[in-house]
Design a protein around this ligand. Sequence first.
Ligand code: SAM
Length: 269
Amino acid sequence: MHRPDWAPDSIDIERPSVARMYDYYLGGSHNFAADRAAARAIVDAVPEAPLVAQANRAFLRRAVQFLAEAGIRQFLDIGSGIPTVGNVHEIARRIAPESRVVYVDVDPVAVAHSWEILSGDDTTTVIQEDLRHPERILAHPEVTGLLDFSQPVAVMIVAVLHFVPDSDRPDEILRTLREALAPGSYLVLSQASDEGRRPTEREDVEAVYQRTDNPLWIRGQAELTALFDGFELVDPGVVWVPQWRPETPESAEDAERAVLRGGVGRLRE
Ligand SMILES: C[S@@+](CC[C@H](N)C(=O)[O-])C[C@H]1O[C@@H](n2cnc3c(N)ncnc32)[C@H](O)[C@@H]1O
């Protein structure tokens, strides 16, 4: 199989990657046959999968707009994926050109492509690191060099937590991140959720993701809300992502089809 320039030799292009599957759903070009096959298997189980990716990306865009308008100028986007149109830095800079953004992803292709598009940009950077090691992220020189943790930071973990099983203690991960944040900081979360959806779907989807490096952990409304511990939820709380401050009432219709729930919390003072 042809290996394009942006794909480092170290990556196994025969094994599906969730970053590249997500890129495929968004209509991007940074994916391989194995990714497309796995993504199509997901579509067989959940036909609205591409819609899920698009609805999530739209939630991320509205959340960043909200944060930038609330005065946030620093963003730590963990599990940032392959940056296609509408990245955090593009959205934030439209409102505040001085915004600084650190992207973090565990996937080498996502990181390689991010490097490619961010090269020469002094206020945005990317590191390869794992959300399950928040202390390493916080201590990374690129992070401490660009972000000032004595000032508010928005931590974005969008469509990522469902790749972190309970055994990896997402509550502890979030606590470590929270303890590093200054008053006025924010947390943005979205993740696959299942109440109100077809009962067998959890098994179908989890079975497909078992074949990737990132098995899927679906969480309900209460579990996701609990992960905002220490943060005060901004209206409208944890909802299906199209229901989070929709631009038009129509865009929030049939919101459960988006599969992901999400919310934004402000650090309690
Ligand atoms: C569905 S994409 C979401 C991308 C972006 N946050 C968005 O919402 O548009 C999930 C991303 O999380 C990354 N990821 C999965 N597990 C991770 C982990 N433990 N640490 C960091 N990134 C992770 C994947 O590589 C992938 O790029």
